[in-house]
Design a protein around this ligand. Structure first.
Ligand SMILES: CC(C)(COP(=O)(O)OP(=O)(O)OC[C@H]1O[C@@H](n2cnc3c(N)ncnc32)[C@H](O)[C@@H]1OP(=O)(O)O)[C@@H](O)C(=O)NCCC(=O)NCCS
Ligand SMILES: CC(=O)OP(=O)(O)O
Length: 334
């Protein structure tokens, strides 16, 4: 079974409830129809009942629950909770009502916060900043986690590198210019996310334009320092190393010649980019030129699963990210 079929099979064993707040976008309905038909998750669509009836086109979403913030009896409780959570940041009842009745991403996150849903997927028609800000503000980080970051699962066709063509690329969505401490934290969280989602052992490479000292620059020093911190904090047995150029990380013969003796060189399946420019450009290159499946930006470190999408995504991508969110929600139960 391929990566996404395996994820869907796992999601079906414990149908989680996922909120979709982007009811203005036709791709939401196409994905919802497919998810409901396949049974990977229960779905809640947030929006005005009238708009949803108009926007859904011919897609059959009759199995979904529709929640209209203007009519739901729970809206007042969400407003009160949002004021309680954000009062110190200037949130008033009036502002909370306005926000929740007009911004369905905030409403969806409140549903997750109040445990009326297990997770949320959006971002097909909102930027990453607008998608993730509500969950960073309201759900906050998981206990024991300081940093939320974002990654893609990339499935490259006809590829023997990584885990038979499956890779994690991080951070490709959120942290713009992580310092060494943050880069190390991204690497370690990414190892856990890779293991959870692929059920394979992570082999983590911190990427640079240098391999083991071949270039000298402050940008290289940052990755060297991050590698040192990550190794100090890594659980026993985790394969993690750097700094590597991309070819040294994933091509066995290049790894053997540029970084002889490294247990990671040539075998990496978790690729940690030095900053968001590299991570975001890197994933789009592989998606568009190698025709890879690209699921994300998926998040790690938020107190409940909320995942983003690229505005360039297809309905199939949304379907996949819903199933992944359900699997992340299943892991929260453990
Ligand atoms: C995600 C992002 C929006 C957060 O920054 P922001 O909107 O300026 O918001 P703030 O910095 O005010 O943060 C909002 C809250 O999130 C928290 N936060 C921000 N980044 C965080 C992180 N990485 N981990 C944990 N919490 C974080 C802040 O502490 C703040 O909490 P508070 O409001 O309770 O004090 C910002 O990092 C961003 O724009 N990233 C790039 C996204 C992007 O464009 N990606 C490219 C396409 S995928
Ligand atoms: C992940 C990403 O790059 O998102 P968008 O294409 O929506 O900016």
């Amino acid at each position: 079974m391929g990566f996404i079929d395996d994820i869907k099979a796992r999601a079906k064993t414990s149908k989680k409830t996922i909120v979709l707040p982007e009811t203005e976008d036709i791709r939401t309905y196409e994905a919802a129809e497919a998810v409901l038909k396949e049974g990977t998750a229960n779905l809640i669509l947030v929006g005005s009942e009238e708009e949803i009836a108009k926007n859904k086109g011919s897609f059959d979403i009759s199995g979904a629950t529709i929640v209209d913030p203007a009519k739901s009896e729970k809206t007042d409780a969400y407003i009160a909770k949002l004021v309680e959570l954000r009062e110190k940041k200037g949130m008033t009842e009036e502002k909370a009502r306005e926000l929740l009745l007009t911004n369905y991403l905030y409403y969806g996150v409140m549903m997750v916060k109040m445990k009326d849903a297990d997770g949320m997927v959006s971002g097909a028609c909102h930027s990453t900043a607008d998608t993730l800000r509500p969950s960073l503000q309201i759900l906050k980080t998981k206990p024991g986690t300081k940093l939320v970051s974002a990654f893609f699962i990339m499935v490259v066709p006809d590829c023997e590198m990584g885990a038979n063509g499956t890779f994690l690329f991080g951070d490709s969505g959120l942290e713009q210019n992580p310092d060494p401490e943050k880069l190390a934290a991204i690497a370690l969280s990414s190892a856990d996310s890779f293991r959870l989602l692929t059920e394979k052992e992570p082999v983590v490479a911190l990427l640079s334009h240098s391999t083991k000292g071949s270039a000298k620059h402050a940008d290289v020093d940052k990755v060297v320092e991050a590698t040192k911190i990550a190794k100090e904090n890594a659980p026993e047995g985790l394969l993690i190393d750097g700094e590597f150029q991309l070819d040294a990380a994933i091509v066995p013969s290049v790894g053997a010649s540029k970084a002889p003796g490294s247990p990671v060189a040539g075998k990496a399946n978790v690729l940690i980019f030095p900053d968001l420019d590299a991570g975001n450009i890197g994933y789009k290159l592989v998606q568009r030129l190698a025709k890879a499946e690209a699921y994300g930006p998926l998040t790690q470190g938020i107190a409940a699963p909320v995942n983003d999408l690229s505005r360039g995504c297809s309905a199939k991508d949304i379907e996949g990210v819903i199933a992944i969110t359900a699997v992340q929600a299943m892991a929260e139960d453990k």
